[in-house]
Design a protein. Structure first.
Length: 238
């Protein structure tokens, strides 16, 4: 879970267990650095959502730091960041500008493959004039992370005694006794408890069918992960 290391006290949490709301806690455009034991160091900017933004959406912002999904268009040249959490229009939250990020994708892009904006707020395979710059994709949508987890029959609770570092909202979950079509619906601030569900914020419909200690596999389905450094869209100057 990212924790601020900037000389800035009391930041609104960056992490997947915090739900952004309509309370502005910082001046818009505030930029802070933070660190996480798994994801490493990152840089984040505080914005107000003006769109229906999903976890991992690729977003742009304007001069008053109102953010929206990056459109799928050629030679835009806009800077962009990655939304840290789902944000309905009118709520406040963080977008990541630098560090290792998890972003929405609609195609399996191999490590070090060239990426482009493929749909509004979503990255994908390279496309002429839509390439994105300042990103190095390292994990494709087929990438996985495993955890030792305890399941509980009839419950959506998955307890990871060694911690859930590497899990993120929306990550697909499989394992013996894990509910069908399960994803990470919510994460507990304890750093060890994953709540399975059918969608982000919907922690129902994917209860376990047994009580056991298992190897839980999280898959990046619908996402990629890589290093970003103040990324931008491709721009051609005539």
């Amino acid at each position: 879970m990212f924790a601020s290391i900037s000389p800035f006290a009391g930041t609104q949490p960056f992490n997947d267990w915090f739900v952004p709301d309509t309370t502005a806690r910082h001046p818009l455009g505030t930029v802070v650095d933070a660190v996480d034991p798994f994801w490493g160091q990152g840089t984040f900017m505080y914005v107000k959502s003006g769109d229906a933004i999903l976890k991992g959406s690729v977003v742009m912002w304007d001069e008053v730091f109102s953010s929206s999904l990056l459109p799928s268009a050629v030679t835009q040249g806009f800077p962009w960041g990655v939304a840290m959490a789902p944000m309905a229009s009118g709520v406040y939250g963080w977008v990541q500008l630098a560090g290792r990020a998890v972003y929405k994708t609609n195609a399996t892009v191999a490590a070090d493959g060239v990426m482009a904006i493929a749909a509004a707020g979503i990255l994908g395979a390279t496309a002429t004039g839509k390439q994105v710059i300042g990103i190095r994709n390292r994990i494709a949508a087929t990438g996985t992370k495993t955890f030792t987890a305890q399941t509980f029959n009839g419950s959506n609770k998955l307890f990871c005694p060694q911690g859930y570092d590497g899990a993120f909202l929306g990550m697909a979950l499989t394992g013996t006794g894990v509910g069908a079509s399960a994803v990470v619906a919510a994460l507990d601030p304890d750093g060890k408890t994953i709540y399975a569900g059918t969608a982000i914020g919907t922690a129902t419909g994917a209860n376990s069918t047994a009580t056991a200690q298992i190897t839980l596999t999280g898959t990046y389905t619908g996402y990629g992960s890589g290093l970003i450094n103040y990324p931008t869209c491709m721009q051609i100057v005539a």
